[in-house]
Design a protein around this ligand. Sequence first.
Ligand code: GTP
Ligand code: MG
Length: 354
Amino acid sequence: MSDVEHGQDGLPPDEDTVAGATGPEHEAQEAPEGEDEYLDDEDDYEDDEEEGDGTPLAPMRCGFVALVGAPNAGKSTLLNAAVGSKVSIVSPKVQTTRSRVLGIGMHDRAQILFVDLPGIFTPKKRLERAMVAAAWSGAEEADLVAVLVDASRRVDDDTNGIIQRLKDSKRQAILILNKIDLIPYERLLELAARFNETGVFTDIFMISALTGDGLKDFLDKLAARLPEGPWLFPEDQLSDMPQRLLAAEITREKLFLQLHQELPYAVAVETEAWEEFEDGSVKISQIVYVQRPNQKAIVLGKGGSKIKSIGAAARVELEEILDRRVHVMLFVKVREDWAEKPDSYSQWGLDFNA
Ligand SMILES: Nc1nc2c(ncn2[C@@H]2O[C@H](COP(=O)(O)OP(=O)(O)OP(=O)(O)O)[C@@H](O)[C@H]2O)c(=O)[nH]1
Ligand SMILES: [Mg+2]
């Protein structure tokens, strides 16, 4: 008996959806191989550049800013807000982000390369270990580290652990007290004073990644602090994530939003086929892996209703991102050991043996 069943996003795309669009400006692209590859104008990076009125331009700056923090602190929300577009998936559940996600933000004359990372917590399973290891190596490789804290909650062991490790490695960081839309200002001042005592933080920002409050000050600071140097990516590029992976992430976000309890953690998504048609539409076929047959039944839902609704939500968002008609075909497959297969890890850029 086959363990594959499909739940197609049965809703036909609306006829008035733009067809044959040439693709969005912000199409995700592969990472550049050479730093200079995208600098179509070498003169861009010269000290004597001037504004029209003769004022010398500020130097170009570029660097990596790692976003670290406990799960659910709002790292991916901040990344999307800073880039001005949805690049990394977000959900109210912990451990949504599983691997490093690059988001490219332009601010003044700086190209800020935000590295969204999985939350840092005490890992138990292999996948969790790989996620946390990716988060720490992302932090180690970055020019600047920003630690996000959910200011609306009690300071937890995960956050204390992050601060301790930064302290031990004598690494300084920027603190971001996030979700300030949820708490009174007095509480923020208390928190800031407490974190200040740790000696780890060079700056403290209070922001709401959700509303954008305080974001500009933070970006101004980053733009001024990054090293001088040419931009590594074209100005209009938003991420380095390949489209197939982005599409799988969007579907995984819908699974996180529509499934409950432990189920989202038993799920992985892989884009299996990507077919483009002459009318400009694209058919994206994906496999949703679950670990047990009863999980498959829940993901499918009664008469396939759940998987249909997940596929429809993914389609709506992918049509917006790709700016074309999209068909999403989802197949649910039981693969007990997907979290124990090295090939899944390499696809996500995670270390299987972390
Ligand atoms: N009210 C409020 N909610 C926020 C804010 N920032 C993020 N959130 C919410 O917090 C939840 C978690 O946000 P994410 O951006 O997925 O958090 P994360 O740190 O990337 O989480 P992991 O990937 O699991 O580590 C989501 O429901 C967000 O909408 C904020 O400033 N205010
Ligand atoms: Mg995240």
